[in-house]
Design a protein around this ligand. Structure first.
Ligand code: GLP
Length: 250
């Protein structure tokens, strides 16, 4: 695992975007696993900027998103499909049919989960997976759990996550209670993983995830076992790691 520090959010975003863009340049028909939340917004802005300058071509790229709320209309501004369209897909030359987000409105969610797993496999798997980290240590919407061996599945969101995501909705009551997410096993199959984290409120959980015991109660701790993880974090998010494991930071 590499931990790369950045002085601030803009720099963290730019560095992470550099790695994603290198992936697209080296393998124009790659499969990118994408994430939502506040953290990756700057990464997407940077990718759009380089696309506009003519440095990037997404015409052969396929994408698979980590997760989606259940029961939120796909056109709702806070659906993860809307988020991806607004932050990336509508601004670059990716064919929209190459982009995939789990369907949180499927009649049969078990069938939808199985379809999504199959879809990822049929694309040849994820070349590079972008991740944020939630306050509970979740990746995608994999909340603290008693096991790691999950594939795409339906989850009940924790109170912490509902509270954290309430900032995107009119009120906490409007935040969906359920979501569909790639499982830990699905995420771990990606060839390369890029984790982004910023802000002091992530400092504790980031240290626990990257240096604590590997335990499904801290879902992101499984990343310690992945062979190709690069973490891009700003100094605020690295505060605890900087104190306890300064030698681990590049
Ligand atoms: C959300 C998403 C995650 C994201 C996390 C952190 O609920 N499902 O994929 O990494 O929570 O979000 P943020 O980046 O806004 O802190």
């Amino acid at each position: 695992m590499r931990i790369i520090s950045a002085p601030d959010y803009a720099s963290m975003s730019r560095k992470a975007a550099n790695l994603l863009s290198a992936q697209v340049i080296l393998k124009p028909d790659c499969v990118l696993g994408l994430a939502t939340g506040g953290t990756p917004v700057g990464v997407y802005k940077q990718l759009v900027n380089w696309y506009e300058k003519g440095d990037l071509d997404f015409s052969k790229v396929h994408t698979v998103n980590l997760d989606e709320y259940i029961g939120l209309p796909v056109t709702h501004p806070q659906s993860y499909r809307s988020f991806m369209n607004d932050n990336l897909f509508n601004h670059v030359n990716i064919p929209i049919e190459n982009t995939n987000v789990p369907n949180g409105n499927a009649h049969n969610m078990d069938a939808e989960c199985a379809r999504y797993e199959k879809l990822i496999d049929s694309l040849g798997g994820v070349d590079m997976q972008l991740l944020g980290i939630g306050n509970t240590g979740h990746i995608g919407f994999n909340e603290p759990h008693d096991r790691f061996d999950t594939t795409t599945h339906v989850v009940t969101l924790s109170e912490v996550t509902i509270r954290a995501n309430a900032r995107f909705f009119d009120s906490e009551a409007d935040v969906p209670r359920y979501a569909v997410t790639m499982g830990i096993q699905t995420i771990m199959k990606a060839q390369k993983i890029v984790l982004v984290a910023n802000g002091e409120n992530k400092a504790d959980i980031l240290e626990k995830a990257l240096f604590g015991p590997i335990n499904p109660q801290i879902p992101a701790s499984i990343l310690q076992l992945h062979r190709d993880v690069t973490v891009f974090a700003d100094e605020a998010a690295l505060k605890v790691i900087r104190e306890k494991h300064p030698q681990a930071i590049d």
